[in-house]
Unconditional design. Structure first.
Length: 442
């Protein structure tokens, strides 16, 4: 950040390690004491100039220079209307400069109640969506330039006045920052609560399948043209596996981090209903995103929140959201039941399992194909593992901690008892379907 050095004791802000107020002057924020002993009736001076009078005289020019730096260095201010910069912003800068001149003139700290104009301005910036960081940076820039102006040309003999002025400067900035931050956060809390309430009402209406015209009229928000409907499932983070406050904080942190990733991906706040185990998210889009992007989103969410995320997704318009939520929830259940790894899933990824899990007269018959294995749980377990491993006998043996010959023996017994051989393509399909049917029937 550029500096405007004007003298041997000039600085863009209070120097680190600078001496505190002289004896008799109160610490910052300690109240409104009287003038220091021996200082009554004498103006604080620097380089032979009374500080208060000099700051008042230079306030208009200093205001123009401060505004130029704000527009040059802070994009949030450069985007504001020019009339607002020349009006409210310029007025607040000059008001703050003259206000500090009054502090130097009377040699007493400012009263907290004197910052009403700055509070009102901060409230307006909060309504406009200007970040608090940008506002505080703007005040810091103005303060640094004001101090630079005051300290220009200071002489060694001015050190006592410089120390006293520095004490008032630090105190003034602390009180001003407190007033501005408090006002800004109060307004943002109200606005955020209203926005959150509106988004919650919009999500509730979309999940209930309400007509679009009634949704806009009731919530004040218009649904997007398309939504990515996600059902999410999270694993517990290491910190969540304990109990007490630490586990609760870890769960809330996980949810917050997932939401941050979803919001960034959609370019606006996503509609979410999440808890520590997972939930539903509706991501608004003008045009459907590619599946590769959605897949990357799921990976980013897991990395940001230190959790493994399993997600099922469907792209649909507002009217299709209720059915999409039901379907993605069923896909998540299938993924869990079949032991698939975390990641993103679509209906096409579990098509056979999904279709076979629908109620029909064929399900009991399919499930009955494996009834001969009910009294041989080790054979049923081996069959599941063997099919999941793509008929790889050695991989199955390693997973079950048995010898490959044991796997071969068990597969022969399965063939003998069921009459179905996994090596025959038609029988392999039936065995897979029978396992799905058994899971579907519980």
């Amino acid at each position: 950040m550029p500096e405007d050095n004007k003298g041997p004791l000039s600085t863009a802000g209070p120097p680190s390690g600078a001496p505190g107020p002289p004896s008799g002057m109160p610490e910052p924020l300690s109240g409104a004491p009287g003038p220091p002993p021996g200082g009554a009736g004498r103006a604080l001076c620097m380089g032979g100039r009374p500080l208060a009078a000099h700051l008042r005289a230079r306030a208009p020019e200093l205001t123009r220079r401060v505004l130029a730096r704000l527009l040059d260095e802070l994009p949030a201010y450069a985007e504001l209307p020019q009339e607002e910069i020349a009006g409210d912003i310029a007025g607040i800068v000059q008001h703050s400069l003259r206000q500090f001149a009054d502090v130097l003139d009377r040699r007493r700290p400012a009263d907290p109640g004197e910052f009403g104009r700055q509070r009102d301005s901060a409230a307006l910036r909060a309504e406009e969506g200007v970040p608090l960081e940008a506002i505080l940076t703007a005040y810091r820039i103005g303060a640094a330039m004001a101090w630079d102006e005051l300290a220009a040309g200071a002489l060694p003999s001015d050190l006592p006045d410089l120390q006293e002025a520095l004490g008032y400067f630090v105190d003034f900035q602390a009180r001003l920052t407190t007033a501005v931050s408090g006002s800004y956060l109060e307004v943002r809390q109200v606005l955020d609560s209203q926005e959150q309430g509106g988004r919650h009402a919009l999500m509730t209406a979309l999940l209930a399948g309400e007509p679009l015209e009634s949704i806009a009229g009731r919530t004040g928000l218009r649904p997007a043209a398309r939504y990515a409907v996600l059902t999410l499932a999270f694993t517990r983070t290491p910190d969540e596996r304990g109990t007490g406050q630490r586990a609760r904080v870890a769960a809330r942190r996980k949810i917050r981090r997932v939401r941050t990733v979803l919001d960034r991906f959609a370019g606006e706040p996503a509609l979410t209903a999440l808890d520590a185990a997972g939930g539903t998210a509706l991501l608004p889009f003008a045009a459907p995103p590619s599946w590769d992007l959605v897949d990357d989103l799921v990976a980013q969410a897991g990395k940001a929140a230190d959790t493994r995320v399993t997600a099922a997704a469907e792209i649909t318009g507002p009217s299709g959201i209720p059915a999409a939520v039901t379907q993605t929830a069923e896909i998540i259940d299938l993924v869990r039941e079949t032991g698939r790894p975390p990641g993103l899933y679509r209906l096409a990824d579990v098509l056979l399992d999904y279709q076979l899990s629908r109620p029909s007269g064929a399900l009991p018959l399919l499930a009955g194909l494996l009834e001969p294995l009910d009294r041989k749980p080790e054979l049923l377990h081996t069959l599941r593992r063997y099919l999941a491993d793509g008929l790889d006998r050695r991989a199955t043996a390693a997973a079950l901690h048995v010898h490959p010959n044991t796997v071969a023996y068990r597969v022969r017994r399965i063939c003998e008892l069921t009459g179905l051989d996994p090596a025959r393509p038609a029988d392999l399909q039936l065995l897979n379907a029978a396992l799905v049917a058994r899971r579907s029937l519980g």
